[in-house]
Design a protein around this ligand. Structure first.
Ligand SMILES: [Mg+2]
Ligand SMILES: [Zn+2]
Length: 274
């Protein structure tokens, strides 16, 4: 189903913890992190923490080792592999950073399942420090979103741009999975016929409930990796059935072979929200 684009948030969606917190906690820098958090944006703080950890003797290899043992629900990797095998176009949209995400996806053997990783850029500098930059340079050109998005990234704007690009290839249906406050904005950018999968009892799910009626996509919650897998695969199957009904109707119309009775019964089959 090349017509389905599945967009995954990363922290607390693909992996169980927040990758930033995981690295900071596992490398023993939690106190410093908490002390600095009120003084700067999260993304800038993570860059600062990487410099601090390097000064304390922590290497890139130490960071990689910590990332490789990040907790993940056992059904997440099979879910991603299955969606990819069904022909879906899978993408990451995350406020973590490229180094963390690529290291983890590589380790899990699922990096090639994703066509895009949209996240904060990162690189290892000449001194061997991991440096993390904001996705949006909020000092020189801040984004103008009024939703609760962090200064360095509006996921809604990225999703809109994604939709524009893929629309050139023909009709696409989107499924978005996420848990955090930053995942609320993209949920408002989804269209009718798309699906939003917020993690139950997490901030995005709460915001969506408080703003009922503003999300045009059909909403399907999930609690853990097992439910994520079953809901995601059901939605992919649902879209597949809807799209094949639509195609057969278009063929019927083209050849003028659609009987009178079918004119009356088909719209039920085609309804997006069943
Ligand atoms: Mg998240
Ligand atoms: Zn936004």
């Amino acid at each position: 189903m090349a017509g389905i684009v599945v967009v995954f948030d990363f922290d607390k969606t693909v992996i169980e913890p927040d990758s930033d917190n995981w690295v900071v906690d596992e490398l023993g820098a939690t106190d410093l992190f908490n002390q600095l958090l009120p003084t700067m944006p999260w993304n800038s703080l993570m860059d600062r923490m990487m410099v601090e950890l390097h000064a304390q003797g922590k290497t890139i290899d130490d960071i990689e080792q910590v990332l490789r043992r990040v907790p993940i629900h056992p059904r997440i990797v099979p879910a991603i592999k299955a969606a990819h095998a069904l022909g879906c176009d899978l993408r990451i949209l995350s406020d973590a950073n490229l180094f963390f995400i690529e290291t983890i996806l590589d380790h899990l053997g699922i990096k090639d399942c994703f066509s895009e990783i949209n996240t904060n850029p990162s690189y290892v500098d000449v001194e061997g420090r991991l440096r993390i930059s904001p996705y949006v340079d909020f000092k020189s050109s801040p984004h103008t979103c009024i939703n609760p998005c962090p200064p360095n990234m509006c996921k809604g704007m990225i999703l809109e741009r994604m939709r524009c690009c893929v629309a050139k290839e023909g009709r696409k249906r989107m499924i978005y999975l996420g848990d955090g406050i930053g995942d609320f904005c993209p949920s408002l950018k989804l269209d009718e016929g798309d699906f939003m999968m917020p993690r139950k009892d997490f901030p995005a799910w709460n915001l969506i409930r408080e703003n009922e009626g503003r999300v045009r996509a059909e909403i399907h919650e999930w609690v853990d990796g097992a439910e994520l897998e079953s809901v995601l695969l059901k939605l992919i199957e649902k879209i597949r059935i809807q799209e094949s009904s639509l195609q057969s109707l278009m063929v019927d119309c083209k050849f003028g072979s659609i009987p009178v009775a079918a004119h009356e019964s088909r719209p039920q089959v085609l309804r997006v929200h069943q």
